[in-house]
Design a protein. Structure first.
Lengths: 112, 111
């Protein structure tokens, strides 16, 4: 069963705008990760945030984590056409396994 | 670095045929995984291996078997393919909290 669920399912914006995607999950976690998947390709790891962290930045990416609400958000600032992709959140469990459960993804389209 | 290499990239099988999907990683990762991705379903874990010599079932293991041949290689076998196994299969590997590295996928069609 899916642990994380992304919202919205699809998002279309103009180049230069910010894109925000949300992820909700059900059980306690050690960390939450975000991945990008370009059409027809494998997933690429973007960022990992641990359960004791509230915010993390990487270039134009900003991730927040609210463990009390069991939710996370991914913000892409100043989006580019090359950011067009599907974005997935993934969560582990507190059992110590590195096994991840992925959400169904948000499909982002950035129009030039 | 090649990362994670999956073969083949595409395959068409007839119902009842068998095949093995190969996966190899050159990053000395302990953990390896097989996921399937279906439209609207995200990725679902089929099997994983936390270390050489160990394998465990994931969310959707029925109809599949795996072998962790050594630290580098983790293969997925379909003994008797069914149309419901038409999917894109991804292999991945990881080491502690450094995120997964994925292969480019195998697109399998069972007719």
């Amino acid at each position: 069963s899916q642990q994380g669920e992304e919202d919205p399912q699809a998002l279309s914006i103009q180049e230069g705008e910010n894109a925000t995607m949300n992820c909700s999950y059900k059980t306690s976690i050690n960390n939450l990760q975000w991945y990008r998947q370009n059409s027809g390709r494998g997933l690429v790891h973007l960022i990992l945030i641990r359960s004791n962290e509230r915010e993390k930045h990487s270039g134009r990416l900003r991730v927040t984590l609210d463990t009390s609400k069991k939710s996370s958000s991914l913000l892409i600032t100043a989006s580019r056409a090359a950011d067009t992709a599907s974005y997935f959140c993934a969560t582990d469990s507190q059992g110590g396994s590195e096994k991840l459960v992925f959400g169904k993804g948000t499909k982002l389209t950035v129009n030039p | 670095n090649a990362g994670v290499t999956q073969t083949p990239k595409f395959q068409v099988l007839k119902t009842g045929q068998s095949m093995t999907l190969q996966c190899a990683q050159d990053m000395n990762h302990n953990s390896m995984y097989w996921y399937r991705q279906d439209p609207g379903m995200g990725l679902r874990l089929i099997y994983y291996s936390a270390s050489e010599g160990t394998t465990d079932k994931g969310e959707v293991p029925n109809g599949y078997n795996v072998s962790r041949l050594n630290k580098r290689e983790f293969s997925l076998r379909l003994e008797s393919a069914a149309p419901s196994q038409t999917s894109v299969y991804f292999c991945a590997s990881s080491f502690k909290e450094r995120g997964y590295t994925f292969g480019s996928g195998t697109r399998l069609t069972v007719v």
